[in-house]
Ligand binder design. Structure first.
Ligand SMILES: [Zn+2]
Length: 373
């Protein structure tokens, strides 16, 4: 077995300075993990921080590739984010014509069967027109069980999450149907009150889509969906780019729910690219200083984050301990998806998906299933 030595290893039980990690290349799994004198084996000396591979449960593209443009762009965008430390991806699909969404689900399900992605996130079409963000309102639909069935069938088991506005007529039944089918329902793109959002969680939703964004603000007598999500046991997606959410709210969420915070990129094709014009689904987006906005319109249209940049900002900008940032980028999303026994932490018996960060928290090396890429 190969032994990785010399790095500060970020594990669920804390950071192991001068830690070591055994990797079994034949199985692609982590062997033992420890600190101090490493066991016998072919040693690879590293320096910096060794984190579990990131799991991004909400992402639309990157490296110039919009996931919905073509099967090739989907694969290209996944590869871009893999180079930036994302070793598990749930592919987000925007609200679009149903036939187009079904075709895109076909691409995702093929990659899921090959083990290249963890599945699909349907960000629509059952969203509130008043909080549709960058989504095209022309493609939004009222909750519709046969339509949900058609989308789930097109995904052939690959649909993992669906964002629903819980205040829409029929949303409760749709959330219940999704949950019964093993799909994680997420509250988001919503004009819901606290009570309406809470009804969505009671109906079976267990995730909030980009908490604080595309939902009403927090008022002292109208706390809104964000507080409902914090108040229940739901997992909480956050776009931690310093643009979408104030750092104090990221700190507060991490303090209130360290085991439920899930960093996402929500990034679009412009991630890793220069400022300029891009497409997000069928929408035009202009990126200035790394901020993506609809053109025309001006609404924030996803981000240009990578998961590594989100982790770096969590530590350097927000002030979270690196082990909490690693949990939010890998361990918690794995738990959300029910994959904790397989991935999401540096621990014996889990997949050897690893990210090596240097002292400035930029990506040095990425290992997927026991092999460096
Ligand atoms: Zn999104």
């Amino acid at each position: 077995m190969a032994v990785l030595t010399g790095a500060r290893v970020v594990t669920p039980s804390g950071v192991l300075d001068d830690g070591w990690v055994q990797v079994d290349a034949s199985t692609g799994l982590i062997g033992q993990v420890g600190r101090g004198e490493p066991p016998a084996g072919e040693r690879l000396a590293l320096s910096g921080w060794l984190l579990p591979g990131f799991i991004d449960v909400h992402v639309h593209g990157g490296g110039g590739h919009d996931f919905t443009a073509s099967a090739n762009d989907l694969a290209g965008g996944i590869a871009f984010h893999r180079r930036h430390g994302t070793t598990g991806t749930v592919v987000s699909l925007m609200a679009g014509p149903i036939d187009a969404m079904c075709e895109q689900l076909g691409w995702v399900s093929e990659l899921a069967r090959a083990g290249a992605v963890l599945g699909a996130h349907l960000e629509g079409p059952f969203l509130a027109p008043g909080r549709c963000g960058a989504q095209n309102p022309a493609h939004l639909l009222a909750p519709d069980l046969p339509m949900l069935g058609k989308l789930l069938d097109a995904g052939q088991g690959a649909v993992r999450t669906i964002t629903v506005a819980p205040e829409l007529d029929g949303a409760g039944a749709l959330i219940g149907e999704a949950a019964a089918a093993g799909v994680i329902a997420a509250v988001g793109h919503t004009t819901a009150t606290y009570e309406q959002a809470m009804a969505g969680f009671v109906a079976g939703a267990s995730l909030a889509t980009h908490l604080f964004n595309a939902m009403g603000p927090i008022g002292q007598r109208a706390p809104g969906p964000a507080v409902a999500a914090l108040d229940t046991g739901a997992y909480l997606e956050l776009i931690n780019d310093g643009v979408h959410v104030h750092e104090s709210l990221v700190r507060l969420t991490a303090r209130l729910a360290p085991d439920r915070l899930v960093l996402i990129t929500d990034s679009i094709s412009a991630a890793g690219m220069t400022d300029g014009h891009y497409r997000l689904g069928d929408r035009d987006v202009h990126v200035t200083d790394g901020r993506a906005r609809l053109a025309p319109g001006g609404q924030l249209a996803g981000s240009t984050l990578t998961m590594a940049a989100a982790v770096r900002h969590a530590v350097d900008g927000v002030g979270l301990p690196i082990e909490l940032a690693a949990a939010a980028a890998a361990t918690n999303p794995a738990a959300l998806l029910g994959l904790s026994s397989e991935r999401g932490a540096i621990a014996s018996g889990l997949r050897a998906d690893l990210v090596l960060l240097d002292d400035r928290l930029t990506v040095g090396k990425v290992m997927v299933g026991g092999s460096w890429i």
